[in-house]
Ligand binder design. Structure first.
Ligand code: ADP
Length: 647
């Protein structure tokens, strides 16, 4: 066994790897970018080395810097986690060249599975079922279009070098093919520097079912059951579970056999995941699953497999990398109950899942039997715009699927996140959704249920705002030490009047909107109302220095006193002010000073978290000021341009 490991990653996965490494007695070595100098993964490791600027391309993705840190620290091995360099064959080679063990497969296996077209060809040869389609070299548009016609619509165009759902387009009709191909190629070129695509039959009622495999250096391969990751948004997993609902022992054995055959065909070693797409129409079928791709690393969702098998997959990775044989034989791997994982993100489901950055004013998770939280941040830490905004993974394990889902929903409903917005409420609604509970779901489930899952704009929660105003009032009164007794003459600060009921108008800003709270001083203390809404009782308030965060039914309402946000006032109330919704880069400013714009017109594009966000004009008017330049980095809230309403 090794005596030390450098973890070439950050966030929850770096913390999770460190946990097992420590248990095995390894010295843990972290690396960090400038943005992560105080990050949790640095705090939990024994040592830490700086590797450069915040941008991953200049730190976590630079092979030489990671190798130099590992050599400097005298690390025996490097664990790459997932993402970053985990599926980079050159990195695996660089480790070997430096005499450091790469905790992962050999470079040849990474390369064989790296491109989807080549992987599919290899799998066909190995007798693994692949999705019908075209995955050859020829790329001329007319030829590809003919192939799509032969395969039969709907088809899926996929980037050969694809990942994360990028460069992927579903095409329903022959007439739409050309435009979809162009878009897929353009996206593939910009994301991967490789425009090549393949065409696949679009499987109807698709379920994403993947098999966890392990292979050792002695020619053995086994599988650790499947996971169902069909709940996706934009082809990205949201909730994962094990085992897959409706899976029979016979089908599991068949898929497991196909998955281990895939691993053996490429000389695999270590942990890997073979992803299949299954036709879920009327239940899973023996001949209804096809190879999509193999991920040659540990997956985000590995904890659900750990929960139902009772194994530590990271420990297995270390043991196999150290040359040990597989710890168990296939028939020793069982299934104990059911496990579900939800990916808790700093994002706003009501605003198209826009990432939400900033300091975590509060972060609390419930504890309980069968509940596991894998987090890379704590209260007081920040979610920065530089990396994936995942806050934590919440994993629940129960005797049955219903028990696990209840436990998960309950945990999410008792999770407190303040500061950045989170998808906790959305995830809880998903875990409670009837059709999903009944097993009637496929990969389109989230898209077709957005409304009932609460992922649509709701407007201001006035009862929550009133609760916030009440909390702010109490804080102010405590600050000035004023008394709540109705007749106290010392209450000059809160609209003391000599006759009549004492009332106060308290302007607050809730979610950027100015609202007036009415405060009436009654015998038992001040009563706060907004319109006819009294303060919500079913809310939790988190007091920060300058604001109160009111958490209610999975939503956050941020309330500040009106005169505490003077900068907003100076901007003329913000009516025609277009601000950056988040930290990011200005990709384009679509209007010039003096231009006449109409409400809803696109005025600028910001890129953040690798996604484009279009900013639109909030009012009709004339552009009087353009503050942002193309390619400039802007902070959240920065002024982009100003529109003045026309008289
Ligand atoms: P990426 O590597 O970009 O993540 P994948 O090939 O893994 O792309 O596919 C991502 C998701 O797209 C799958 O989980 C599934 O939901 C959907 N998908 C992929 N191929 C098909 C197909 N042939 N038919 C239907 N859905 C598919």
């Amino acid at each position: 066994m090794f005596s030390s490991v450098l973890i070439a990653n950050r966030g929850e996965i770096a913390c999770r790897i460190a946990r097992t490494a420590k248990r095995l007695g390894l010295r843990t070595i972290a690396v960090y970018s400038e943005a992560d100098a105080n990050a949790l993964h640095v705090r939990v490791c024994d040592e830490a080395y700086a590797i450069g600027p915040a941008a991953a391309a200049q730190s976590y993705l630079v092979i030489e810097k990671i190798i130099a840190a590992a050599q400097g620290a005298g690390a025996d091995c490097i664990h790459p986690g997932y993402g970053f360099l985990s599926e980079n064959a050159a990195f695996s080679e660089a480790c070997a060249a430096a005499g450091i063990v790469f905790v992962g497969p050999p470079p040849g296996a990474i390369r064989a599975m790296g491109l989807k077209d080549r992987a599919k060809a290899l799998m066909e040869q190995a007798g693994v079922p692949v999705v019908p389609g075209f995955h050859g070299d020829k790329q001329d548009p007319a030829f590809l279009k003919r192939k799509a016609y032969e395969i039969g619509y709907p088809v899926l165009i996929k980037a050969v070098a694809g990942g994360g759902g990028k460069g992927m387009r579903r095409v329903e009709r022959h007439a739409d093919f050309d435009a979809a191909l162009e878009a897929a190629q353009r996206e593939a070129q910009s994301a991967f520097g490789d425009a090549r695509v393949l065409i696949e039959k679009y499987v109807t009622s698709p379920r994403h079912i993947e098999v966890q495999v392990f292979a050792d250096a002695h020619g053995n391969a086994i599988h650790l059951n499947e996971r169902d990751c069909s709940l996706q948004r934009r082809h990205q997993k949201v909730i994962e579970e094990a085992p897959a609902p409706g899976m029979s022992a016979a089908l599991r054995a068949k898929m497991g056999q196909a998955a281990t055959a895939a691993a053996l065909a490429v000389g695999y070693r270590g942990a890997g995941t073979v992803e299949f797409i299954a036709d879920g129409t009327g239940g899973l079928k023996d001949d209804g699953f096809w190879f999509m791709e193999m991920n040659t690393r540990l997956q985000v969702e590995h904890p659900v497999t750990e929960a139902i098998t009772g194994l530590d997959l990271v420990e297995w990775q270390f043991r196999i990398a150290a040359g040990e044989p597989l710890p168990l034989a296939q028939d020793q791997v069982g299934v104990d109950g059911h496990a579900v994982e939800a990916r808790l993100y700093a994002e706003d489901p009501e605003r198209g899942f826009l990432p939400s950055t900033g300091t975590l004013v509060a972060l609390q998770f419930p504890r309980g039997q069968g509940l596991r939280i894998d987090s890379g941040v704590e209260a007081g830490d920040s979610v920065t715009p530089f990396y994936d905004p995942m806050i934590a993974k919440v994993i629940a394990h129960g005797a049955t699927r219903d028990e696990a889902l209840d436990k998960l929903a309950d945990a999410l409903e008792h999770t407190v996140v303040a500061g950045p917005r989170s998808n906790a409420g959305f995830l809880a609604a998903l875990a409670r959704a009837d059709d999903f509970r009944q097993g009637a779901f496929d990969t389109s489930f989230i898209d077709t249920h957005m409304g009932s899952l609460g992922a649509v704009p709701h407007g201001l929660d006035r009862a929550a705002t009133a609760r916030g105003a009440q909390a702010l009032l109490a804080k102010e009164r405590a600050r000035f030490a004023v008394s709540d007794r109705p007749a106290s003459p010392w209450d000059a600060g809160d609209a003391f009047q000599l006759s009549g009921p004492r009332t106060l108008s308290l302007p607050v800003i809730a979610e950027g909107e100015t609202v007036t709270a009415h405060v009436a001083y009654e015998a038992d203390g001040p009563r706060v109302m907004i319109g006819d809404e009294a303060p919500a009782r079913d809310a939790e308030t988190i007091m920060a220095e300058d604001a109160v965060y009111v958490l209610r039914a999975g939503r956050q309402t941020k309330v500040t006193l009106r005169d505490h946000v003077l900068d907003e006032g100076a901007d003329g109330g913000g009516g025609g002010l277009v601000r950056a919704p988040m930290h990011g880069k200005v990709l384009a400013v679509l209007v010039e000073k003096g231009a006449t714009v109409t409400r809803g017109q696109r005025v600028a594009i910001i890129e953040a978290m690798k996604m484009e966000h279009t900013l639109t004009a909030p009012i009709d008017g004339v552009v009087t000021d353009v503050s942002a330049l193309r390619d400039a980095q802007v902070a959240e809230g920065a002024k982009i341009l100003v529109i003045e309403a026309q008289a």
